[in-house]
Design a protein around this ligand. Sequence first.
Ligand SMILES: Nc1ncnc2c1ncn2[C@@H]1O[C@H](COP(=O)(O)OP(=O)(O)OP(=O)(O)O)[C@@H](O)[C@H]1O
Ligand SMILES: [Mg+2]
Length: 274
Amino acid sequence: MHTALVFSTVEPGDGQRWSTWPAITPSQRGPEPWPDWVVTSSGAIDTELGVVKTGKEADLHLIERFDPGLTPADPPVKRSILAAKRYRTLEHRDFHRSAEYQEGRRTRRSRDERAVAKGTAYGRSFAAGMWAFAEFEALSAMHSAGAPVPYPVQVDGTELLMEFIGAGTTAAPRLAQSRAELAELRSLLDQVIDAMHLFARAGYVHGDLSAYNLLVHEGRVVVIDLPQIVDAVANPNGIGMLHRDCVNIAEWFTRKRVEVDAEELFGELLAELY
Ligand SMILES: Nc1ncnc2c1ncn2[C@@H]1O[C@H](COP(=O)(O)OP(=O)(O)OP(=O)(O)O)[C@@H](O)[C@H]1O
Ligand SMILES: [Mg+2]
């Protein structure tokens, strides 16, 4: 008699791979408890669904992760749509911007630091991985602090997988493109300010807050694009970056006829820091 070894007959095909979840270390996985939609089975397959948006420093792809080995009789059957943010390792990435955020941050090995500084191929890919990990850690910290950010599922090299904000496979619009009316804009502003308070209370500044890095999904604001998040007090540019975030937000809403005073907001947030 053969021992009943049951293997899934499904193998990853074109545009597919085995789920990368089983191979990564615990520190590369999102904060526990994992949301119930996170697929953790080792037989799961990731399927590329396409590019959502190409950005300056990373491209956002959509993937579906599901376990074909599970049938409806073996609960839980899980299938989730994930946003895969893949950092670029190429020259045209914007490294000038990096210096401001990197101050006060040290990489563990000086060989890596030198490689990054010299812009060698190894250095570029190391830097891309560093940004992915920095964003993963920032999302983890902010998610744990209760801020409205996508749940960070995992990070693996230059790829960050996170909760996809949208309906089906359609991404939520950025605040900059939302057609919100005045009443909704007031609610959105309140939510942005609440989120800024949560960041400040946790000791962080987003550092690149604008109507382009805020998504609006079913009337709720979600803050995205966090790789450059800085320690508000320890980073010598922290307070200046907080001020800039306040000005960006206040100017955008004020242009939409929802008046907000940047200096007042800045003062309130500073009070959270000390
Ligand atoms: N979790 C998500 N769910 C849905 N859409 C997302 C998510 N994360 C990012 N996006 C979309 O992808 C775009 C790029 O993401 P992000 O801002 O994080 O990267 P970026 O490289 O800084 O891009 P950019 O140069 O446009 O700022 C966002 O503007 C948004 O439209
Ligand atoms: Mg962005």
